[in-house]
Design a protein around this ligand. Structure first.
Ligand code: HEM
Length: 493
């Protein structure tokens, strides 16, 4: 299925020549997933070498339509600056991100300008590593519950679609970690939310891809828009309930005391306690927008990442065995992973990164240029241009990644990373508008995938290969069908 053509204010010039990808500048010391330093505000100005990037507008790298852009251009979009208050990055392209408004409102993903900066600063402490530490236990528990379910399914000795179960598990973990949900599993309402998100992402993708649907007047007359509004309502019912429950809990003195005693507040505590300089709280609309944004971004992306990783493991059994050996040794005779274990999962982490390269959960992002960009060869893009940054295509560009279709985790050894530009790999985007939840996501992916590998051997179903499909996140049109063989390794259960 083709990726959408953006509807540019100024059409991006189609270039045929791919330019050589530069090596990493000497001044850079950040590792490929350590881009958080760039998000906090103290960002250094760097001078970047010549253009690179291949931008394709289709999932198949064999069919490049539109090859364009430069690294300098990407830095420009990220608004990297040496000034004490960072220059604000280019805004998200309203033509695309405005479609989100009805659903997730003006939360962190869609906001721009000083309001975005304010909210980003406010919410960043919610992802401090002291906050993230106790989440490891939550990931363990939610994963065990999913694996118990898989144990039963595996008995039938046929392949099954893992995507939906991974999605429920990821939503359960997110709600427990960031929204203070108790120990129970997913309720009927949570399940309706999960289904609503699946509908919303499908309808949003369809709207992005259908030129006539970009017109509000036309769109709101269609049956698709009515389905969209119904799904929005279902999603909002769920998030409203989450906010109501937490507000009610805060009336309880004991609960208040517990929060005051915590060294670090969780995401929802931060939102509910936030005040601006004049002491004004977030409005109900602002609060709901952030909850809707994080509820969606925090589970659908990791679901995609974990599911495609397990698919890669089934596709490459030799890497699957090596990861299993590593995590088996780390776990020993315990049944759950702890925070300190995460740093020891070297091979597994490289495999996760390699699967994020080939199957980036967010395949494409969009920006609108606030200033013109002039390329070294004299070509330029005018201010106002709508730009699509095709992460999927960048990750499979053979001038950036030799033998780009080959699954090779060793691309992510420290030595190999050092020879590449830090922005060659950007599943979490880059610069100040990078993913605020990337550390949360990496931790979750490590715990979940390690436990999965300990309980089962994963194999392909040759009759049902996945068909990649962008649906805001990278999904498979026909699900991800795998065969699971229980391992009874004695640990991990
Ligand atoms: C494997 C998992 C994940 C991937 C690949 C991913 C990827 C991304 C990407 C590419 C962006 C930039 C989007 C854009 O510019 O349109 C982004 C932004 C964002 N992500 Fe993630 N994400 C993941 C997990 C998470 C999690 C777990 C959370 C929250 C708990 C989260 C919250 C956000 C938010 C709020 C933004 C907007 C940040 C801003 O603009 O300041 N993400 N993510």
């Amino acid at each position: 299925m083709p990726f959408p053509h953006p509807t540019p204010h100024h059409c991006i010039t189609h270039l045929t020549k791919r330019e050589r990808f530069p090596t990493k500048p000497n001044s850079s010391s950040s590792s490929e997933l350590d881009s958080e330093s760039e998000s906090g505000g103290s960002v250094r100005r760097r001078r970047w070498p010549e253009p690179f990037l291949g931008f394709f507008l289709r999932l198949s790298p064999a069919k490049p339509i539109n090859a364009l852009s430069s690294l300098r251009f990407f830095i420009f979009l990220c608004g990297v600056s040496g000034a004490p208050t960072p220059e604000l990055p280019d805004p998200k392209a309203a033509d695309v991100y405005d479609f989100f408004l009805q659903w997730i409102g003006k939360g962190l993903l869609v906001l721009h300008g000083p309001k975005w900066y304010e909210h980003r600063k406010l919410l960043t402490p919610g992802f401090h590593y002291d906050v993230l530490k106790p989440y490891v236990a939550v990931f363990n528990n939610s994963t065990h519950a999913m694996l118990d379910k898989w144990e039963e399914k595996a008995r039938e000795d046929k392949s099954f679609d893992i995507f939906c179960d991974v999605g429920h598990m990821a939503l359960d973990s997110l709600m427990k970690c960031t929204f203070g949900k108790g120990n129970s599993g997913l309720s009927h309402r949570d399940n309706s939310y999960y289904l609503a998100v699946s509908d919303l992402t499908l309808l949003m993708q369809q709207r992005i891809e259908s030129f006539q649907y970009h017109n509000d007047f036309i769109y709101w007359l269609t049956p698709h828009s009515r389905r969209f509004l119904r799904a929005c309502q279902a999603a909002h019912d769920h998030t409203d309930q989450v906010i109501r429950e937490r507000k009610a809990a805060l009336q309880d003195e004991k609960e208040q005391e517990k929060i005051q005693n915590r060294r670090h507040l969780d995401f929802l505590d931060i939102l509910l306690g936030a005040r601006d300089e004049s002491g004004i709280k977030l409005s109900d609309a602002e609060l709901r927008a952030e909850v809707d944004t994080f509820m969606f971004e925090g589970h659908d992306t990791t679901t995609s990442g974990i599911s495609w990783f397990l698919y890669c493991m089934a596709l490459y059994p030799e890497h699957q065995s090596r990861c299993r050996e590593e995590v088996c040794e780390i776990l020993g005779d315990r049944d759950s992973f702890q925070w300190d274990d995460l740093g020891k999962m070297t091979y597994l982490t490289m495999c996760i990164k390699e699967s994020l390269r080939l199957y980036p959960p967010v395949p494409q992002v969009y920006r609108q240029l606030s200033k013109p960009v002039n390329f070294v060869d004299g070509r330029s893009l005018p201010a106002g241009s709508l730009i699509s940054l095709h992460i999927y295509a960048l990750h499979r560009n053979s001038s950036v990644w030799p033998d780009s279709e080959v699954f090779d985790p060793l691309r992510f050894t420290p030595e190999n990373v050092a020879t590449r530009h830090p922005f060659a790999f950007m599943p979490f985007s880059a610069g100040p508008r990078n993913c605020i939840g990337q550390q949360f996501a990496m931790n979750e992916m490590k715990v979940v995938t390690a436990l999965c590998l300990l309980r089962f051997e994963f194999a392909l179903d040759p009759l049902q290969p996945p068909i990649k499909m962008p649906q805001l996140i990278l999904r498979s049109k026909n699900g991800i069908h795998l065969r699971l063989k229980p391992l009874h390794l004695g640990s991990g259960k």
